[in-house]
Ligand binder design. Structure first.
Ligand SMILES: C[S@@+](CC[C@H](N)C(=O)[O-])C[C@H]1O[C@@H](n2cnc3c(N)ncnc32)[C@H](O)[C@@H]1O
Length: 193
């Protein structure tokens, strides 16, 4: 059986992007604060966050979506090797194409950064009444605040998309969003009461 350290070492050695530790701590705190018992993750990678979240409550249910075949293979192995294999469902496919059933107390958006608005629109109908939507990489290594620090065209475009997503969240009438500096910047969105 692999432990979390093995999974983290694999991710670091293979340059698999996983949520930064400080961001993950914030996510855990928010899941506990809002008493979330179901978790939908867009972008599994090797399954590290799914495994951490699955361990938070005995009755936690996790559904996670991944499209990359190598990540899927690693995540499957990691889930199977864990005490949480019955609590986690891995959906293989593009999150913009697959269908999920039911509602979730926490929806975690952590896949292709240029698609965040589309992920949000597709998945917010699956948010339970008092649930939270958590979006990672809101600062994107400081570049969202300082786009002039990169000359890479692809990165500039991605940063524009993330800025647009932040503005989009801020302008929503039915939802309110708090932005946190933890990790790579995390947004927590809830329905307005
Ligand atoms: C930042 S990593 C996810 C890290 C993971 N959430 C964690 O905290 O450990 C992003 C993952 O999203 C996947 N991804 C990107 N776009 C996707 C899409 N449209 N549908 C499904 N998975 C996607 C990538 O293959 C990658 O593995």
């Amino acid at each position: 059986m692999k432990n979390m350290e093995d999974i983290e070492t694999y991710a670091a050695q293979h340059r698999v992007p996983v949520m930064m530790d400080e961001g993950l701590e914030l996510l855990k705190r928010k899941i506990i604060e809002y008493d979330c018992r179901s978790f939908l993750e867009i972008g599994t990678a090797v399954g590290r966050t799914s495994l951490v979240v699955a361990g938070l409550f005995p009755n936690m249910r996790v559904v996670t979506i991944e499209r990359d075949p190598e990540m899927i293979a690693q995540a499957k192995e990691n889930f199977f090797d864990s005490p949480f294999k019955d609590k986690i469902t891995l959906i293989e496919g593009d999150a913009l194409e697959v269908e999920v059933e039911g509602t979730f107390d926490c929806i975690f958006i952590d896949a292709a950064k240029a698609q965040y608005v589309r992920f949000f629109n597709k998945y917010y109908p699956h948010l339970s009444e008092n649930g939270i939507i958590v979006s990672d990489n809101m600062n994107f290594h400081g570049l969202v605040e300082h786009p002039e620090r990169t000359n890479n065209r692809g990165t500039k475009q991605l940063v524009r998309k993330l800025r647009a997503y932040k503005e989009y969240l801020g302008a929503l009438v039915d939802f309110e969003t708090a932005f946190y500096e933890d990790g790579d910047g995390v947004a927590i969105t809830r329905r307005r009461k």
